[in-house]
Design a protein around this ligand. Structure first.
Ligand code: SF4
Ligand code: SF4
Length: 194
């Protein structure tokens, strides 16, 4: 792996020539086939909110711009709708690559502007690991406490609670500890920071 520093538009930026290879290995998906036809970006329903379009993310991965990619909002805004992969003439599996980039961002403690989504990702996984299924109240409370956004949507929560849409007590699936093995296989060895 060769790491060099370049100057781009007056800024210094680290280029990691092994980044694309690592993304391919971790995701199991080929990304060198991308020839930037833009079909993915033209169809993506979330580009209006993204800082980089999906094909730009692929290009930056190819160029080894690891820090820029892992701190981007795009990887967190991707909804895994698969519109891009359906349209891609080269079968580049962008949703899987985006998922891999999210996990790499977490491991490298890279923050984006999408703080709430990053926190949601963590509390969602922790909830699954604890109960084997989603417990909405635990997830909501964790999210509120960790983002310190305590009162937004409070009345909506009260209404859902009154209609019995939120179960106050969590239930666990049988043999929930078997999930630890799944998390371990995918390298999620500990309850992570948020
Ligand atoms: S549609 Fe496929 S080949 Fe075209 S830019 Fe997107 S990822 Fe690359
Ligand atoms: S999977 Fe992600 S990148 Fe692809 S079209 Fe959907 S939101 Fe956009």
């Amino acid at each position: 792996m060769k790491v060099i520093t370049i100057t781009s538009a007056g800024k210094k930026e680290t280029v990691d020539s092994g980044f694309a290879e690592r993304v391919q290995q971790k995701s199991g998906k080929e990304l060198r086939q991308c020839y930037h036809c833009l079909k993915c970006s033209a169809g993506c329903p979330l580009t209006f909110a993204m800082d980089w379009t999906p094909n730009q993310i692929i290009r930056m991965v190819q160029l080894g711009l690891e820090k820029r990619v892992l701190s981007s909002s795009t990887i967190w805004l991707c909804a895994s709708c698969e519109t891009c992969s359906t349209r891609c003439p080269n079968e580049v599996d962008l949703p899987a690559i985006m998922d891999t980039l999210k996990e790499m961002a977490i491991r490298n403690d890279m923050r984006s502007e999408q703080t709430v989504i990053q926190v949601f990702h963590r509390v969602f996984l922790n909830c699954l690991r604890e109960y084997g299924r989603l417990h909405e109240l635990s997830l909501l409370l964790s999210l509120k406490l960790l983002t310190l956004n305590l009162f937004e949507d409070m009345m909506l929560g009260v209404k859902m609670f009154a209609k019995g849409k939120i179960n106050p007590l969590p239930t666990r699936i049988e043999n929930v500890r078997q999930l630890d093995l799944i998390f371990k296989i995918f390298g999620e060895s500990k309850r992570s920071r948020t």
